[in-house]
Ligand binder design. Structure first.
Ligand code: MTE
Length: 334
């Protein structure tokens, strides 16, 4: 069933695909929260979505092409939190290829050309290849996942992403036994990205994950947010979202995915080794050398009396990802 929205008349893309089981599980989670007395904001968020007849979907802002998705069974721990406004999520960005001010990417990224777009998969895989963005979009079912994104600078957002687990792509390309890490190379095009060439970072912006982190179902290859294709400033046409790591691990506008044996050099690690380690797991106990990581400011909660939130270990995803780091000294591997 497609539900037209009352305010914009746009068709909500999710409702038709919500499985009764997902709805049922969400209700159960809500009841558990209520039983635990932690229901306030969750009830408000739930009620707002229910009022639109969207059991668990999110109203789309209606600016860009719709990207239909079904509600994911691998949802984040943030599901019941109030979503960040689309306006904030799309105008307060880090995308240094378009400038270092938070407002720069929204202003400057319209020049980015997202079609045609190819993502090359190479390195230690049995089936390397080039994927056109349209094929990549269809490689697996698009899912909506509500994840927190916590930036190392001390702010966070809650965003309904659209995409599928990166593991879907990885399984298809069949990594060789020697592949231990995955490197993500992003576009560096001086013609369309005005700050590529500036000395702030070594271009292209590169990120990396250990293969088991990349295979973890929470690691999302994202093509959209709020039910629409990604706006350019958020990393169109395809980016990573790794919800238990600081935001800078979530590489935007990816053009190459390379399977390698050794830990790849990453953009921020190369720029300031002491400040940005390879792992970059959200960890309130490990301070950034120049500031604490114990609390965070939720974007949209900026009032005079707004309290900072306590930052959670692994950004609140410890139950799902903690075992990836069993036995590791997370102060050393920060
Ligand atoms: N990817 C590229 N290519 N270039 C960047 O400058 N910034 C990172 C990450 N991915 C960045 C990038 C940082 S520091 C953050 S916090 C997130 O993108 C921000 O994502 P958002 O703007 O969608 O919130």
């Amino acid at each position: 069933m497609l539900i037209p929205r009352r305010d914009t008349g746009f068709v909500h893309p999710f409702a038709s695909e919500i499985t009764p089981q997902a709805v049922y599980q969400d209700r159960r989670r809500l009841l558990q929260l209520m039983a635990g007395g932690a229901a306030g904001a969750a009830v408000a968020a739930w009620a707002a979505r229910d009022a639109l007849g969207q059991e668990s979907g999110v109203p789309r802002p209606g600016k860009l092409a719709a990207l239909p998705a079904r509600r994911s069974a691998v949802d984040g721990a943030a599901t019941m939190e109030k979503l960040t406004d689309y306006k904030d999520a799309s105008t307060y960005n880090n995308f240094y290829e378009f400038g270092t001010d938070k407002a720069d990417p929204a202003r400057n990224a319209p020049t980015l050309k997202t079609r045609p777009w190819t993502v090359e998969v190479e390195g230690l895989v049995k089936k390397p290849g080039k994927y056109g963005i349209e094929d990549l979009l269809k490689l697996s079912a698009q899912e909506e996942r509500i994840y927190r994104l916590r930036c190392v600078e001390g702010w966070s957002m809650v965003i309904p992403w659209v995409g599928y687990s990166l593991s879907e792509l990885i399984k298809r390309v069949e990594p060789q036994g020697s592949a231990k890490y995955v490197e993500f190379v992003t576009l560096a095009d001086k013609a369309t990205m005005p700050y590529v060439g500036s000395r702030v970072l070594d271009w292209p912006y590169v990120e990396g994950l250990r293969l088991d982190e990349a295979m973890h179902p929470l690691t999302l290859l994202a093509f959209g947010m709020y039910g629409e294709v990604l706006p350019n400033q958020n990393g169109a046409p395809v980016r990573l979202v790794v919800p238990w790591k600081y935001g800078f691990k979530s590489a935007k506008s990816i053009v190459k995915i390379r399977f390698v044996e050794r830990e790849p050099g990453t953009a921020w690690n190369k720029a300031a080794k002491q400040e940005y380690g390879f792992y970059s797991n959200v960890n309130p106990e490990v301070d950034h050398p120049r500031w604490s990581q114990a609390t965070e400011r939720r974007i949209g909660e900026d009032g005079l009396f707004a309290k900072k939130r306590k930052t959670l270990m692994f950004n609140g995803y410890g139950a799902q990802v903690g075992q990836l780091y069993a036995g590791m000294d997370l102060k050393k591997f920060y």
